[in-house]
Design a binder for this molecule. Structure first.
Ligand code: SF4
Length: 507
């Protein structure tokens, strides 16, 4: 028999951690289990052809397990539908967050043979054993059993040498989150479960020995248990000290209002270009935070972001979400301006999405929440932000990424933002959209020309515009004598974030 584990990743550089967990936990089926990853945008027929090429040739059972996520549900549905047309004998098993909740009406679930919801590490192999050895499972849906963490085999040896050389390596020291932000799937966890730290660090050690230098932690709250966080940071500090010419890079998600002194002390030891933090603020409005059950001390959060910016070399990527219940444009603008004043390297301006299973829907009536019925279920309007305004915010987000987060206009951006960052950039965004009628496929030289045109419209002289744009244009870092050199060598920078980080470092 043959078991194929498959998914469509959002980018080639993303290596699926979920599939590798399944493969690592297949027990005596592991030798018959293969992993086949694709990237969204691939032709359905190509994916189906490639999967069928690995089908069992001796007439025995073939099972294909698909990891289904918000970014691939539509394409996965097409793949499963085509497989069921051309090879109906293949058993299709689905898993992943996008099919773990509200799955009854989903087309892909109707097409599949089985569904594993929630944790699949143990339940998927059990289900495969039943399918192969019988008796045939009676139930279509199998609720994933959550085993003790020590029973889960760690998957890191399944990252191939090619993965290590060319892709982001996702790792996790814990699963789950103790907080209950209603827009987030992790709100359903109610707690976090750590893996045995020594085993985990041994796996990191072995990845490092194999050449891994870029580690992205998917732990929802890295700084929850400070003792654990410190040991992990120390692992990376030791590597940096032992191999200063071949540095590591680590990315963590932090809760912003919890940064004890011991953690700060460790963070300050990291050189530029080695550490990146993703920090969720989401909203600075206390009423909105209370509505979505997000517990956050805004003052502490702001103080910690300021401290990180001024006292550490960590690269900060801070998230805000527009479209939350109770938040109008003015309130969002105040939060945005407050965040801009803290000067994080990147602001991720997200638009609220209704993830399946999240409790945010309890506000639907009261706050007039209207979500796109199609993935990624983005909010279209609320009682405080109408559809047209929401579309302006969506474009703002896209242009912000192109102009601000890209790091390509580091010297020009403060001029665009002036004293009222949100409304100034909104005016620029509205104008840019009128000029281009596009939010994608704007070539960088055209964008630079348009930025210059906008600045002239605001009254800047040709000489000033040319001077500032020539410093920034095309991401050419200014030749500042004291600017820290990006310490990530090109061959160790396979993802967008570190490349952007390198640009921010030199700005
Ligand atoms: S948004 Fe962050 S802190 Fe809140 S539940 Fe999700 S993972 Fe936890």
């Amino acid at each position: 028999m043959t078991i194929l584990l498959s998914t469509l990743n959002a980018r080639y550089s993303h290596a699926s951690l979920g599939l590798r967990y399944l493969q690592a936990n297949m027990g005596d089926l592991r030798d018959q289990t293969q992993l086949h990853e694709f990237v969204i945008g691939a032709k359905t027929t190509d994916i189906v052809e490639k999967l069928l090429a690995h089908k069992a040739t001796d007439g025995s059972t073939t099972i294909i397990g698909f990891g289904v996520y918000i970014w691939n549900i539509e394409e996965c549905t097409k793949v499963v539908a085509m497989l069921k047309c051309v090879a109906p004998e293949i058993i299709i098993v689905l898993g992943g967050p996008e099919v773990s909740y509200e799955s009854d009406q989903q087309q892909i679930v109707k097409l599949a043979d089985y569904l594993v919801t929630g944790w699949g590490d143990i339940t998927f192999p059990d289900l495969c054993q039943q399918i192969i050895k019988g008796p045939k499972p009676l139930m279509k849906t199998h609720i994933g059993k959550q085993p003790p963490m020590e029973d889960i085999a760690l998957p890191y040896s399944l990252y191939s040498d090619h993965d290590i050389a060319h892709r982001t390596l996702y790792v996790e020291a814990s699963r789950g989150c103790p907080f209950k932000c209603e827009f987030c799937l992790s709100a359903l966890d109610k707690t976090a479960w750590p893996f045995a730290l020594d085993n985990f660090l041994a796996e990191l050690e072995s990845l490092h020995a194999r050449g891994a230098r870029l580690f992205k932690f998917v732990d929802r709250t890295f700084n929850l248990n400070v003792k654990t966080s410190l040991k992990i940071l120390q692992f990376f500090l030791d590597k940096l000290e032992a191999h200063p010419d071949d540095p590591v890079f680590a990315h963590f998600e932090l809760v912003p209002d919890h940064l004890p002194d011991a953690l700060k002390e460790a963070i300050t030891k990291f050189p530029a270009g080695a550490l990146q933090f993703e920090i969720g603020i989401q909203s600075f409005n206390p009423d909105v935070q209370a509505l979505v059950s997000r517990k956050q001390n805004n003052q502490k959060a702001a103080d910690n972001i300021r401290w990180l910016i001024t006292e550490s070399h960590a690269h900060l990527h801070v998230d805000l979400i527009a479209g939350l219940p109770g938040e109008d444009v003015d309130s969002f603008a105040r939060g945005f301006d407050k965040l801009v004043a803290l000067e994080p390297h990147e602001i991720q301006f997200g638009i609220l999405k209704r993830l399946r299973g999240t409790p945010i829907i309890r506000h639907t009536q009261t706050f007039g929440l209207v979500f796109d019925p199609h993935p990624p279920y983005t909010i279209l309007a609320t009682n405080l932000i109408d559809f047209a305004t929401m579309q302006r915010l969506v474009r703002f987000s896209r242009y912000w990424d192109l102009v601000a987060n890209s790091g390509r206009f580091a010297h020009t951006l403060p001029i665009i933002l002036g004293d009222t960052p949100f409304f100034s950039f909104m005016a620029f965004s509205d104008w840019l959209y009128k000029k281009t009628d596009a939010t994608h496929r704007i070539a960088m030289d055209r964008l630079a020309g348009l930025v210059g045109q906008w600045l002239r419209l605001q009254g800047l002289s040709d000489a000033s515009v040319n001077a500032v744009l020539s410093t920034d244009y095309a991401g050419q870092p200014p030749k500042l004598p004291n600017a820290p050199k990006p310490v990530i060598a090109a061959e160790h920078a396979p993802t967008v974030a570190p490349q952007r980080q390198a640009r921010h470092l030199t700005a």
